[in-house]
Each structure stands twice: as C-alpha cells, then as structure tokens.
Design a protein around this ligand. Sequence first.
Ligand code: EPZ
Length: 436
Amino acid sequence: MKTPKKFVIKGGRTLNGEVEISGAKNAVVAILPATILADEPCVVENVPDISDVEISFRILRELGATVEYLSPHTYRIDTTAIRSHCVPYESARRMRASYYFMGALLGKFGHCRVSMPGGCPLGDRPIDQHLKAFAKLGAACKVDRGMVDITTQDGLKGNQIFFDCVTVGATMNAILAAVKAEGLTVIENAAKEPHIVDLASFLNSMGAEIMGAGTDTIKIRGVKYLRGTDYAVIPDQIEAGTYMVAAAATGGNVLVKNVIPKHLESIISVMEKIGVKIEQFDDAVRVSVDGPLVKTSIKTRPHPGFPTDMQPQISALLCLAEGTSMIKEGVSEQRFQYVDELRRMGADIQVDGKVAVIEGTGHLTGAPVKACDLRAGAALMIAGLAAQGVTTIEDIYHIERGYSDMEGKLRALGACIEKKAIIQNETGSQPDQDAV
Ligand code: EPZ
C-alpha cells in the first residue's frame, strides 16, 4: 500500500516562465485500448506519465499484450498475442476509461467481459448509450453483478447509431466497435471533442476508414485488417487550460508550450472575458494579467463549448475576480463537490443544483483541503497558488491520474510547492508552518 501523499503549497507567488504540455489524457486512454484492434505492433508517442496510462498498460498486459518502453513518452505495444477478453473489476474500477476496452475487445474478437468502470465521482455516469451502440452493431449486452458481458453470434454489422445525448465515451466506443464491423456505420449526434478526432486519426493511420470525426456525424466503413503505426498523441487541451488559469490566478506571465490553439478557443474566449491577456502562437499561448480580473457568466457545453473539465479551475479564478460570477454546469450531473473545499479557503460560492454563484472576494487564504476528483484537485492547486499562506492538499492521487509531474512543472514556474508523505493520523491537520 503506497504511503498517501499531500501537496504543500506556500501561496502568493506569481508564476513566470515556460511550461510544456503533455499528451492528452482523454485521447491516450482511448488510443491505448485501440491498439487491440491492430494486427501488427504499434508505436505510440507523446504518452503522458499519468496513473490512468499506468492502469491502461496494466490492463493491456493482463490481457496478454506486450508494452515496451522505447524512450521518454514513447512505447511499442504488441497486442497480437492477446488471448483474454476479460477486464477484471480490480483493474477496471480504477478509471472510467476502462470502458474503452469494451469497444476494442468487441471490435477485435466479437466478445468481451469488462467490469463496470470507475472514475471521478461526478454524479450519475451511466453507459446506456455505449451499450446501445454495441447493440445497434449486432451485439448482445448483459450486465451481471458489475460485469458487462458483450457477445455477437455472427460478427458485428455496420448500422445507423443515433445517440440520445452527446457523449464522448459512447462516441469513442462506437468508433472502436465499428472500425472492423462489416459494412457502413453512421454515428449521429456524435461528440466532437479533439480527443475523438485523435482516436479517429490514430485508427485511420492504421488503415481504418473513418470520416467526419469532429463533426456530429461520423461514418465508418469496416475494414478487415489494421496495420501497425507510429502515432503521436495530441497535446492535452485541459492540462493547457489548467496552467493558463494558474498563470492568471497568480498574476504571472507564462508561455504555455506544445498546444494546439484551435483546441483552446473556448477557454481563451472565457479567460479574455475575465480580463486575462492571451497571445497566440503556432504551438503556444502566452498568458499574462495587466489589469483587474472581472466577473463573467459561463455555461459548460460539449465541444466546441466551454469544457466541463475546466469548470472547477475557472471557478477558482473567478473567486479572485471582482463582482458576482455565475457558472452553469451543462454536461456532468454533479460537478460542484469541490466548492466546500474552496469555501475552507475563503471562497464565497453558493450552489443551487447545476448553478454556482461566485462572489469574487479578490483573495483566498491557505487551508488544509482534499481533492475529491481530478479537476477539483487542479482547482485546489490553483487556489493554493493564489492564496495567502499555506495550503495542504490531500488525496492527490486524483490529480496524478491526469496531470504528469504537476508539482515539478509548477516549481519550474516559481511556485513554492512540495509533495510530502502523510504521517499516520495526520490527515486534515493544520498546514506545516515551516512548509515550503
Ligand atoms: C469523458 O467522460 C471524459 N473522460 C470526462 O473527463 C469529461 O468530463 C466528459 O467526457 C465530458 O467531456 C474521459 O474521456 C475518460 P460523456 P464520459 O459520456 O465519457 C451522460 C476528466 O476530467 N451519458 O461525454 O464519461 C453522462 O451521464 C474527465 O478528464 C449518458 O447518459 O462523458 C454525462 O452527464 C472527467 N449515458 C454526459 O452524458 C451514457 O451512456 C456526458 O458524458 C454516457 C453518458
């Protein structure tokens, strides 16, 4: 059992310098299972060092694949010897993206047995649309004691799939299952996130025939054989947005490198409304603040709208702005659990269902807090960096699921941050006075 760790942050320092963005978590957690569909080994580059990748590698190895480290962030994955089609609870429960092994195993072998997924506690997170897509392709799905059994009698057949709601996961899973199905599949009301385009580009680089990814209609003509490929994962738009908000929250000046500005359009638009200055370059953005932060109203939406995965982080920034801001959560069922923790730092936020009203107090105060999910943890990091005094953040395993070396990247920007072991019965204690 690993010793639990906490971040200790001494706030009030501006962030300055450069930060390099890693590969996209929500792309790589679909691309790694997608290697199962390949009939030859694949090389995947720009793989981020995050625990969701470690879990994905563990599941691939448990299935019988070989995963070989070639160089930093580059791995050779050979799934041609896979014999098992079962992903047990112990592995699947640790991340929501384990559900992508359903589409990949079904698409390759015509059957699979995968545990219901785990992941961030964001309210009800059903997979009915995933199972609807598999059924439309001719599979029989049965949920039995937390395991999803999916089988086909005579292989998957292309079909029309219309999603009742815009869903990233089910769109990805439908692509994974359809790419080797017989005939044409048309996915309507598809999600349009950059990571969906990245999965389609990865599969097309192996010889798949996927058209329209990034629009709400995706057409897939099934193929029999997928060759190996050497593919680099896109940069993480949410990691980039997180560091952009951290720079603004501390009044710093940071060049955020290795980004695709097109993927950041809605984030840039909202931050400029708040009064943040953003200069765009080919593969970087520079963030600075040369005036007061001001209130705004935001609703999170599927791409190209403002991403729900940036909602906690922008809330932390709005705590520092002048005036009353409003945030409406338009995607997740419950995504304000972090507000109680921000209140411990002096935030004035009222939540009513899917709406949060933030009274900008202009400052926050360091306190002991706990991360309740991945992006909530990122929001607390941002608040701690901007707060006066010391903040300790526990349950940082949430943060490490989706951010590689966050404390190293922040320290390089001038943050006073340290990762420390939590000594027994110390949880929730006062921040170390002699902290970093
Ligand atoms: C993906 O989750 C991301 N996770 C989430 O990122 C992200 O918040 C979410 O998409 C929205 O962008 C991964 O990619 C691993 P959805 P997912 O299916 O696939 C409902 C992060 O911080 N729905 O788009 O679970 C669902 O309840 C994580 O990186 C159904 O009703 O999201 C939700 O309200 C957190 N039935 C809405 O759709 C279904 O079968 C969006 O869900 C599927 C979804």
